[in-house]
Design a protein around this ligand. Structure first.
Ligand SMILES: Nc1ncnc2c1ncn2[C@@H]1O[C@H](COP(=O)(O)OP(=O)(O)OP(=O)(O)O)[C@@H](O)[C@H]1O
Ligand SMILES: [Mg+2]
Length: 329
């Protein structure tokens, strides 16, 4: 497993291409992930995220290009790759008819982990994922959140240095999602390298050190979450008036400051590009002098959602608000 301890790149995609007949699902994807960091692969349905992950985890042969995991080449050294990584897929890998503990025992056996160590590791992981009590229930009886957690626990049995997570929190309620994010942060603190696909901007924003935005099989943007947000444009200045009746007057006052003024009647806001703090104080003074009551005045950075919209022309999925954990069982 310790092919290149000194190598600071844990995961590398080299011009990966995947064709299904005439259709090109992945169209030349390259990136490198430094050891102990998190790469977020962000993209809408059908972008090619799962196909890329499958090629990088030896489940699917690239049409061209290759990938290296922990220094091992997916084409030439698939066994080394498999020993170096764990994968939790979009389709669960655990057996529904077995209990949590039985699943751990079976998969641990496949990894060739000795009985005593396996038992210890199983209990440790079940505890870490709050599944100790549920360990003897069949997975069929688990809620959606519990399934995701047992799936992740199983993939961590062999303590792989690299972990691929394909949409780890899709379908989870906010509480389970936050819990899983905490677990993932803990893994990264312990030195694990994560490659995570997601349709949720917030998830990429929360977890990823770097993000590649994928659309139609190609990387259309990459950078840190902050860089991507800055790419979407400068910050704007948002003033919220207390009474919507004052909107027109406020608009007339602010129009000379910027010819790019946007008024949202519903939200009672006036938005203009912000040149910096000077603009903020200027606007504050103008509104203050006029006697127009304002609820709020502040700077707003573009969200990753704005980035996505400006790059792809469509909005990304938003994180579901109130999906109860029991509902997706
Ligand atoms: N085995 C296959 N045969 C033919 N087409 C495929 C196959 N697997 C994937 N595709 C197509 O390749 C494209 C990329 O699919 P992929 O599953 O990689 O997308 P994704 O980014 O993971 O999407 P999602 O967010 O929905 O999981 C899609 O158009 C899909 O229909
Ligand atoms: Mg997918």
């Amino acid at each position: 497993m310790n092919r290149r301890l000194t190598d600071s790149i844990a995961v590398e995609a080299v011009d990966l291409v995947k064709k299904f007949g005439d259709f090109t699902a992945v169209d030349g994807i390259s990136f490198a992930v430094p050891t102990g960091t998190v790469l977020g692969m962000l993209g809408p349905n059908g972008a090619g995220k799962t196909t890329t992950v499958r090629m990088m985890t030896t489940l699917s042969a690239p049409t061209s290009g290759t990938a290296r995991i922990n220094g091992f080449d997916v084409l030439d050294e698939p066994d080394g790759v498999r020993r170096s990584m764990g994968l939790t897929g979009q389709a669960a890998t655990v057996d529904e008819l077995l209990t949590g503990r039985e699943n751990m025992r079976m998969i641990g056996g496949l990894y060739g982990i000795g009985r005593r160590v396996l038992k210890e590791r199983t209990e440790q992981l079940l505890a870490q994922f709050s599944l100790t009590d549920a360990g003897d229930k069949t997975v069929r009886e688990y809620s959606g959140g519990m399934r995701r957690r047992i799936d992740l626990a199983v993939s961590l049995l062999a303590s792989p240095p690299v972990l691929f997570l394909d949409e780890p929190t899709t379908g989870l309620d906010p509480h389970s999602r936050n819990e899983l994010w905490e677990v993932l942060r803990g893994l990264v603190d312990d030195g694990t390298t994560l490659v995570l696909t997601t349709q949720y901007l917030e998830e990429a924003d929360q977890l990823a050190d770097r993000i590649v935005v994928i659309d139609a099989g190609k990387i259309i943007a990459e950078g840190t979450p902050l860089e991507l947000k800055q790419q979407a444009g400068a910050a704007s200045l948002v003033a919220t008036v207390t009474h919507s009746a004052d909107l027109a007057a406020a608009q007339a006052l602010l129009a000379p400051i910027s010819d790019d003024l946007f008024v949202d009647r519903h939200a009672r806001t006036l938005t203009l590009p912000a040149g910096g703090l000077a603009d903020l104080t200027h606007v504050a003074r103008v509104l203050d002098d006029s006697g127009i009551a304002i609820d709020d005045l502040g700077l707003s950075r573009p969200s990753l959602d704005d980035v996505f919209l400006s790059l792809t022309g469509h909005r990304a999925e938003s994180v579901p608000e109130a999906d109860s954990e029991g509902a997706d069982a």
